[in-house]
Design a binder for this molecule. Structure first.
Ligand SMILES: [Zn+2]
Length: 324
């Protein structure tokens, strides 16, 4: 309970050390860059083009990744697919020179509705990711959007890449990238492997039931989550999905229990912390995420359908309320 009586540094404001990055070749022409708990990204080769999945926080950060990728392929980036709207995943888009930027319909709408506020909020929470932010030309706006599924033909021997929305979860507009021939799945923040879940913009009940059920139905043999190491093997993939579900259901049960008995948000935070800390407390960004997760779970269970927009002021006020 120590965290409840001391003042923690705000969000990830004290986390200033760069993380080691690892590029893994998962199959012929399929790449993942993981970063020891920082956001993961991917790239998939077609016969004469590349599809990138996720863009990172700034063009400077994206250039570093593209330099690593260029050691494996020099094909041009035709498509940049964004798993969801969060700033640290999309604002590096300018570096890719992509012909088209693909996202879910709801992601495009969310960027218009709350993209500026999210940019300010996330860069205050993660000052480390804001390095080089002067190279960001503005909001990243998708040029191709879809509601359910979009399939990209990679060429005669490479199969296809399926971009699909499997329900609301981490946000209102998450998509996954699925390679049916290689059985490799990029999930964005819908799944985390050994990293805490950020659920401040989430739909916990849908995410923890039908959305994760659909993620499981792919039968992936390799899974790249939003953060954490690449997951290899069907058993480990299922374990990662169920760990994600466990975090969500534990959070919902703890917050819902306090709410049902007429308790306060502060009590819900304490209950969620105690319920989650043994299994998830050592994972990346657990302390950072928990206040925002509890606040959104509380709202969702109170009947507030859509997540309230986060701003730097709202972030700080919540942090101060729940950490002291
Ligand atoms: Zn996110």
């Amino acid at each position: 309970m120590e965290s409840l009586v001391t003042t923690q540094p705000f969000a990830s404001s004290a986390d200033l050390a760069d993380r080691p990055q690892t590029l893994e070749v998962l199959a012929d022409g399929v790449y993942a860059l993981t970063a020891d708990g920082d956001p993961n990204i991917g790239a998939i080769e077609g016969d004469d083009f590349v599809v990138c999945f996720e863009a990172l926080a700034t063009p400077v950060a994206a250039d570093k990744w593209l330099t690593m990728l260029r050691e494996h392929t020099t094909k041009p980036v035709r498509y940049l697919a964004l798993s969801h709207y969060h700033a640290v995943r999309v604002l590096g888009a300018a570096a890719y020179g992509a012909t088209a930027i693909i996202a879910h319909d709801n992601t495009a709408a969310l960027i218009e509705e709350r993209g500026i506020e999210d940019w300010d909020s996330e860069f205050a929470r993660f000052p480390r990711f804001a390095k080089g932010d002067e190279t960001i030309p503005g909001l990243t706006r998708p040029t191709i959007t879809f509601a359910d599924r979009l399939t990209i033909d990679l060429g005669p021997t490479r199969g296809s890449l399926v971009l699909e929305h499997v329900g609301r979860g981490h946000t209102e507009g998450d998509i996954v990238a699925w390679l049916p021939q290689q059985k490799i799945l990029f999930t964005g923040d819908l799944i985390e492997a050994e990293a805490a879940l950020y659920t401040g913009d989430a739909f916990h009940r849908e995410w923890s039931t039908s959305t994760l059920d659909r993620v499981r139905e792919y039968g992936a043999e390799v899974l790249i989550g939003g953060r954490g190491p690449v997951v290899h093997g069907t058993a480990a993939v299922e374990a990662a999905i169920e760990q994600t579900r466990g975090f969500l259901t534990t959070l919902l049960t703890a917050v819902g229990g306090v709410q049902e008995r007429g308790g306060t948000l502060e009590e819900a935070f304490a209950a969620a912390h105690d319920a989650l800390v043994d299994q998830y407390g050592q994972w990346a960004i657990f302390q950072h995420c928990l206040p925002f997760d509890v606040a959104r779970a509380w709202d969702e269970l109170s009947g507030i359908e859509r997540p309230v927009i986060w701003t730097p002021e709202r972030d700080r006020a919540l942090w101060d309320r729940l950490q002291r």
